[in-house]
Design a protein around this ligand. Structure first.
Ligand code: SAH
Length: 216
């Protein structure tokens, strides 16, 4: 794995900047210091890997901005051993951050090429424990239900009912909710009695959560 001192230095600088933007959870910051983000980008774009910006990863999709990854991860309050379902695998970067924090990660992607690439890539950098699936994540992943946490990494016009069903009582779901332009980050908690409690956070911009598998 090509992870030089130069890369590590750039990564620490990125983590410092994310800290200045308000991320305080040490576990999140440690995971971001550990996962080599440059390996998730095409090698010709190496110099962009440690800027706090989103980046195209093919099939019209993007690897989220590091600050956004940190923000969603912090809201999820990840604990070691948590069973987490991620909707929108993309590059696999977010899934690797969760795995680095000791979570058992299940992730679903609707673009076949991205799914195949990420599924074969993650084991080569030590994140082979992440379980990748090709499918429509708005239906969740019923085979491994219930989940302690669910993380949606695409803009959802509404919260898919099936995902709420697949969340454990006491569990937490984080989703950017809204239309194509701007979304509000929502944290949904499912109480032990099944009641739902919603908190709203800042505005973010994600690629859309689309129904059905992409037909390529
Ligand atoms: N978490 C990713 C970034 C996600 S970009 C990373 O760390 O790189 C959002 C991803 O969600 C895209 O790859 C898109 O194809 C995928 N997506 C959109 N709708 C989906 C759906 N219904 N099911 C599964 N994946 C979906």
């Amino acid at each position: 794995m090509n992870d030089s001192y130069r890369h590590k230095g750039l990564r620490l600088r990125l983590v410092e900047s994310i800290k200045r933007k308000g991320i305080t959870d040490e576990k999140v910051l440690n995971a971001m210091s550990a996962v080599p983000r440059h390996l998730f980008l095409d090698s010709s774009f190496l110099e962009f890997a440690y800027e706090d910006k989103p980046f195209p990863i093919g099939s019209g999709q993007t690897i989220s901005q590091p600050y956004t990854v940190a923000f969603q991860t912090q809201l999820l309050t990840v604990k070691k051993g948590d069973k987490i379902l991620e909707i929108g695998t993309g590059s696999g970067y977010q899934a690797s951050i969760l795995a680095e924090m000791g979570a058992k990660v299940y992730t679903v992607e609707r673009q076949r090429k991205l799914y195949e690439r990420t599924k074969s890539f993650l084991p080569t950098i030590g994140y082979g424990s992440v379980k990748c699936f090709y499918g429509d994540g708005t239906k969740g992943l019923p085979a491994f239900t219930p989940y302690d946490k669910i993380l949606i990494t695409a803009a959802a016009p509404d919260i898919p009912e099936l995902l709420i069903e697949q969340l454990k009582p006491g569990g937490t779901l984080v989703v950017p909710l809204g239309g194509s332009n701007l979304q509000t980050m929502i944290r949904l908690k499912k109480k032990e009695n099944g009641n739902l409690e919603q908190e709203r956070f800042g505005a973010f911009r994600f690629v859309p959560l689309l129904k059905n598998k992409a037909d390529d």
